[in-house]
Design a protein around this ligand. Structure first.
Ligand SMILES: Nc1ncnc2c1ncn2[C@@H]1O[C@H](COP(=O)(O)OP(=O)(O)OP(=O)(O)O)[C@@H](O)[C@H]1O
Ligand SMILES: [Mg+2]
Length: 247
């Protein structure tokens, strides 16, 4: 589904070039829920921004579904981003003036495609994520956890090829975080959604199928979830500790 091959990305700072991604290689299969973890500044958001076509990369290849992102026009990339990728952000990014139902439908409203099917899907997602009762409320009237579950529903409304989430539980307490992670789990099991989530939270990551550890601009290690969530969290914590001790 998602292939990232030998990806390089640098930022220009005056005359200096600052290399952030230095040959990142990984893939995410269809229907897989994968987390990306790594120290602050290791390039996680940069990586997601390259995959989302927000910023150009220097070298390498990114393929999503059948589409190779390298060499595509700005227009094509914008259209691809709007229709084929679902986004969930740390700070929810809901529009204050719209109800939760309208916020979930926003990707369809923008495309002028609010079909009965889309409304039905919005209701189905709301019920799946336990937010049916807040559909006519406004963002200011609901909790952070409810906002983020609404954002997960919004990310699915276009039947995207992949959902990209940057620290989706970063602003939530542990109970709300769990509900959001469970919403991703439902999206995966009921809708076969493919999810790539950046997180600092080993508890959230322990619900994923696989965790990719990023360090110094490359993939340091990948860990598979063997099926026991608390064991996987312990394994993650020790791998991260070991990674942080190596210079
Ligand atoms: N637009 C930019 N211009 C210049 N440097 C940047 C830019 N965006 C990020 N950087 C630098 O690139 C490095 C990687 O940043 P990035 O945001 O990808 O890290 P991150 O792994 O997401 O960190 P965090 O866990 O703190 O969110 C950092 O050193 C950052 O300062
Ligand atoms: Mg980041």
């Amino acid at each position: 589904m998602l292939y990232v091959k030998d990806l390089y990305k640098s930022y220009e700072a005056g005359k200096n070039k600052y290399q952030v991604l230095k040959g990142v290689d990984f893939h995410v299969q269809h229907g897989e829920f994968v987390a990306v973890m790594g120290p602050s500044g290791s390039g996680k958001t940069t990586l997601l921004n390259c995959i989302s076509c927000y910023i150009p990369f220097d070298k390498g290849a990114i393929t999503i579904g059948e589409t190779n992102l390298a060499g595509q026009s700005e227009d094509m990339l914008a259209h691809f981003r709007n229709t084929k990728i679902g986004f969930v952000f740390q700070d929810f990014m809901l529009l204050d003036g719209l109800t939760i139902r309208e916020n979930i439908l926003i990707p369809r409203i923008i495309q002028d495609e609010v079909t009965p099917d889309a409304e039905e899907l919005a209701n189905k997602l709301a019920s799946l994520f336990g937010i049916s009762q807040i559909m006519d409320k406004y963002p200011a009237e609901i909790s952070g956890g409810e906002k983020q579950r609404a954002a997960v529903a919004r990310s699915l409304i276009n039947h995207p090829l992949i959902i990209l989430a940057d620290e989706p539980t970063g602003n939530l307490d542990s109970k709300s975080s769990r509900a959001v992670i469970e919403a991703f789990g439902e999206a995966k099991s009921r809708m076969n959604a493919t999810i790539c989530m950046v997180t600092h939270d080993s508890f959230a990551a322990s619900f994923c199928d696989r965790v990719i550890l990023l360090k110094d601009g490359t993939v340091y290690k990948q860990l598979e979830n063997g099926g026991n969530q608390s064991q996987f969290q312990d394994d993650l914590l020790s791998a991260i500790k070991k990674m942080n001790m190596e210079i």
